[in-house]
Design a protein around this ligand. Structure first.
Ligand code: LLP
Length: 419
C-alpha cells in the first residue's frame, strides 16, 4: 500500500506531509487517503468484472467499519452498496447518496421501527437471523402493504480461525440460524404472505487471512441452495458476508481479493446466482491512520512510557482485542532507541495503543498509528469526556476536513440539571 509513504524524511498521506495536517487540524486526528479507499473497492470490482460469475455482483460496504459520510459517499459514487445494521446506519447511507436497492440490512436485533424505515426506503434485502425476527418483519410488511425481500443468515459452523470476539459463524455464536434448522425456516418464510425469499446469507467472522474457511462456508451454503431448489424455493442471490483480513504487521500476508474471490466465483459459475459481498475492514482499514502527538516521555520503574494525546477512546482495538497496530514516527530522527509502551491519558491500565515498541522519539514528536481506518473512529467513545478526533481526507495535494473535532459543549449538550 502506497498511500502513506516517507518523503523527504516525513511521513506523507499521498502528497501531503502529516506534519502539515497536524499543524492545520491538530491531533489526535484520523487521516484517510482517498486513492487508497477507491483502490480497495476497485480491487473487488475488477475481480468481479473479470469473472463470469461476478456479473451483476454487489459489493456492500459494511458501514460499521467506518461510517463517515464522505467515505460512504465516495463508495456510493463508485457504485458500492451498503451493509447496514441499524436505522442510524440506514439514515447515514441515504444521506450519503446510497441507492436503496443496493442496501442489505444485517443484525440480530432489528427493531420494528428500523424495519419500517428500511421497508419504506425500499432496500434490497433483509438478512434475517431468527424466527421471531422473520415473523415481526412479516407483520410490519403487511401493515405497510409491502413484501419484504429476505435472506436467512445461515450459520455454516465453520471455524474462521480468527480472534474469538470477531468469529461469528460457529454454533456458539448469537448470529444466524443453525444450519440444520435453515431448511425448515426457509419453508416457513416461503409460506409467509408478506415475505419474499430472495437470497441466502452468511458471515463467518472478521480479519480472516486464510481464505479457505470462506470456501468451506460456501460449499455448505450451496448444498442448502440445492436442497431449497428441490423444494421449489428459488434463491436469487448469495451474500457471502465480509471478513477478508488486512495486513496489520510486517509478518502478516494479506491475500489478494482475487485469491479470496476467484475460488468462490468458480464454485458459483453457471448457477445464475447474484453475488453480494459485505467487506468492511478490507475497504478502509489500511486507508487510514491515527495521527497523534507525544505529550510526555516517562520512565517508569519497569517500563518507559510514551504518553500521547490519543487514547483507548479514540482507538479501542488494542484494549478490546489486544490488536496490533504499527506505530511509527512521522519524522524519524536519529538518537537512542528505547522500548516504550505507547499509552493515552485515560485512567485505565488497558489504555495503550502499543506495548514495548522500539522508538527513537522526543516529547512533541508526531506518531502515526497505522491501519486504523476500520473500526477506529467508528468505535470511538467520549470516555473521560474526550471529544472525538477530527477526520481528514487527503486527496493528492488536497486536504479536506471530513469531520470536525468535537467540542466539549457538544458532549454535554443533551444533559440537563435537576430543577
Ligand atoms: N457483515 C456482517 C454481518 C458483519 O457482522 C461484519 C462485521 C461485516 C460484514 C464486515 O466484516 P469485515 O469485512 O469488516 O471483517 N470491531 C472488530 C470487528 C468486528 C466485525 C463485526 N462484524 C475489530 O475491530 O476487529
Amino acid at each position: 500500500m502506497t498511500a502513506f509513504t516517507l518523503q523527504n524524511g516525513t511521513l506523507h498521506a499521498e502528497s501531503v506531509a502529516l506534519t502539515h495536517v497536524a499543524e492545520q487540524f491538530g491531533t489526535p486526528a484520523y487521516v484517510y487517503s482517498r486513492s487508497a479507499l477507491t483502490a480497495a473497492l476497485q480491487e473487488f470490482h475488477d475481480v468481479l468484472n473479470a469473472h463470469p460469475a461476478g456479473a451483476g455482483a454487489l459489493v456492500c460496504f459494511a458501514v460499521k467499519a467506518n461510517s463517515n459520510l464522505a467515505i460512504l459517499n465516495l463508495f456510493a459514487r463508485q457504485g458500492a452498496g451498503f451493509d447496514i445494521v441499524s436505522g442510524g446506519e440506514l439514515q447515514r447511507v441515504l444521506a450519503a447518496g446510497a441507492d436503496p436497492q443496493k442496501i442489505v440490512f444485517s443484525g440480530v436485533g432489528k427493531t420494528a421501527e428500523e424495519m419500517r424505515q428500511a421497508l419504506e426506503a425500499g432496500i434490497f434485502c433483509f438478512n434475517i437471523e431468527s424466527i421471531p425476527e422473520l415473523d415481526r418483519l412479516n407483520d410490519i410488511a403487511g401493515e405497510l402493504g409491502k413484501k419484504a425481500p429476505v435472506s436467512l443468515r445461515v450459520n455454516p459452523n465453520v471455524d474462521p480461525k480468527t480472534h474469538p470476539y470477531i468469529s461469528t459463524g460457529l454454533k456458539a455464536a448469537k448470529f444466524g440460524v443453525a444450519y440444520d434448522d435453515a431448511l425448515a425456516l426457509y419453508r416457513r418464510a416461503a409460506g409467509l404472505a408478506n415475505i419474499a425469499v430472495t437470497g441466502i446469507d452468511c458471515h463467518i467472522g472478521s480479519q480472516l487471512l486464510d481464505p479457505s474457511p470462506f470456501i468451506e462456508a460456501l460449499d455448505r451454503i450451496l448444498a442448502l441452495v440445492d436442497q431449497l431448489a428441490a423444494e421449489g424455493i428459488r434463491i436469487h442471490h448469495v451474500d457471502l458476508g465480509g471478513g477478508l483480513g488486512i495486513k496489520y504487521r510486517a509478518d502478516q500476508v494479506q491475500p489478494t481479493v482475487a485469491a479470496y474471490l476467484n475460488p468462490l466465483l468458480d464454485k458459483l459459475k453457471g448457477r445464475g446466482l447474484k453475488v453480494v459481498l459485505e467487506p468492511g475492514r478490507r475497504l478502509v482499514g489500511n486507508a487510514g491512520l491515527l495521527l497523534t502527538r507525544i505529550e510526555y516521555l516517562k520512565a517508569g520503574e519497569e517500563k518507559n512510557f510514551a504518553i500521547i494525546d490519543a487514547a483507548m477512546n479514540d482507538l479501542m482495538r488494542p484494549a478490546l482485542y489486544e490488536a496490533w497496530h504499527d506505530i511509527v514516527p512521522v519524522t524519524p530522527r536519529p538518537g537512542v532507541t528505547q522500548d516504550y509502551d505507547v499509552v493515552g491519558p485515560v485512567c485505565e491500565t488497558g489504555d495503550f495503543l502499543g506495548q514495548a515498541r522500539p522508538l527513537t522519539v522526543q516529547p512533541g514528536d508526531l506518531l502515526a498509528v497505522m491501519s486504523a481506518g476500520a473500526y477506529g473512529m467508528a468505535m470511538a467513545s467520549n470516555y473521560n469526556t474526550r471529544p472525538r478526533a477530527a477526520e481528514i481526507m487527503v486527496d493528492g495535494t488536497q486536504v479536506h476536513l471530513i469531520r470536525a473535532r468535537e467540542s466539549v459543549e457538544q458532549l454535554y449538550a443533551g444533559e440537563k440539571l435537576l430543577p
